[in-house]
Design a protein around this ligand. Sequence first.
Ligand code: NAD
Length: 385
Amino acid sequence: MPMNLTESRRQFLRQAGLGAAAAALAGPAAAATLAQPLSAAMQHDDKKKLGWAIVGLGKFATEQIMPNFKDCQHSKLVALVSGSPDKAKKLAREYGIEEKNLYNYQNFDTIRDNPAVDIVYIILPNALHAEYTVRAAQAGKHVLCEKPMATSEEDCQKMIDASKKAGKKLMIAYRCQYEPFNLNAIERIKKGELGKLKVITADHGRPVKPTEDKADTWRVVKKLAGGGSLMDIGIYSLNATRYLTGEEPVEITAQEHSDKSDPRFKEVEDTIVFTLRFPSGVLATCTSSYSYQEVKRGRAFGDKGWLDLDPLSDYNKHTMKIGTEEGKQEPQLKEGNQFAAEVDHMSECVMQNKTPRTPGEEGQRDVRYIMAIYEAAKKGKAVKV
Ligand code: NAD
C-alpha cells in the first residue's frame, strides 16, 4: 500500500536517524515510539541521556544552543569549556552544571578523564575548529563541530582522520538539514512535485558589525574566520543547493566585490556571487553578502513548479510557498526545534553506532567548494570540481 506523505516523511527521518525531527513532525505523543531502539523509560531518564560539553561560550552557544537542550530527549549539558572562568561559573549555576565539569582551553585535554562527557560541541571561531576537534577526539570524545568545518580542506582531513583513529564520531552542525521545512522541501523535490529540477537560487546576507557586536570582531579577521561572508553565511546557500538537488557540483564560477576602503573588508570578502553546475544539468546561482539587510532564502525551480523557503535558514518562523499550474499554495508545516533535533541526532548516532546525516566528509566537501569559489572569483574563470 502506498504511504501517505506524513508516513513516508517519518520513515525517511527514521532511516536518516532523525528520531527527534521525526518526533517533531509526528507530535509529542509519537516521540517515545519513533526513536528506536530506545525504550520509553530511557527517553525520560536523565541518567540515560548522553553528556555534552560545549567548547566556546559565545553568542551562538549561549543564546541558541544551550537553552535548547531543554527540548532534547537523548542529550544533556554536563560540561563547559571557556577562557572566562566567571562566565563559565555563572552559566554552570544557571544550567545546573557541576563546577568540577568546567574546563579552560589549557586543561581541556583532561576532559578525557571525565566519563560524564560523551560528546563535545565545538562553537569557536572557524579557524579553531580543527585544533579543538582533534584534541577532543584524542581525548576519546565524539565531536559535533560548527560550520564551516574548518578554514582549509587539509584541516578538515585532519579532523576526519583524528576522529577515525580514535574510533569516535564526527558530525558537522548543518542545522538546516535537521529543520522540518527544509526536510519537507527535500522530500517534495525528490518526489518530483516540481517536475524536473532546473535551477536553485539562494541568497544569504546580513550587515557585519564588528564595532557593535563582539561576535563579529573575529569574523573580519582572516586568520580566525578563514574568509568573509561566504565562509559564514554563503555556506548556507551552498549547502542548500547540495541537499535540495541531492547532487555534487561539477563546475563553479564566481565574482566577488569588496570595498577595500571599508575597514571591515580589508582582510575578508563582503559580497560574492557564485554559480554551480550539477551533473543532471541543474544550475544554481547564489549570493552572499556582509552588506545586505538580513536575508536567508532559497528557491527551487522545476519544469512543473517552484518552491520558496523564506527564510530557509533562520532559527524559527520558516515559511514555504509553492507555485504550480494549479496556482500558489502555502503549506502549513509545524515549526520544529532544529537545535534539539540536531543535537539529539548526534546522540542517537553515538547510541546506535550510526553515521550522522552530516558527517565530517559533508563539511569537507563544502570547504572544498568554498575554496573553488574563491579560486574562480580570483581567476575569473570556471573551476572544475
Ligand atoms: P562568538 O564570538 O560569539 O563566540 C566565539 C567564542 O569563542 C567566544 O566565547 C570567544 O570568547 C571564544 N574564543 C576562544 N578563543 C578565541 C579566539 N582566539 N578569538 C576569538 N574568540 C575566541 O561567535 P559565534 O557567533 O558564537 O560563532 C561561533 C561559531 O559558531 C562559528 O564557527 C560560527 O560560524 C558558528 N555559528 C553557527 C551558527 C549556526 O546557525 N549554525 C550561528 C552563529 C554562529
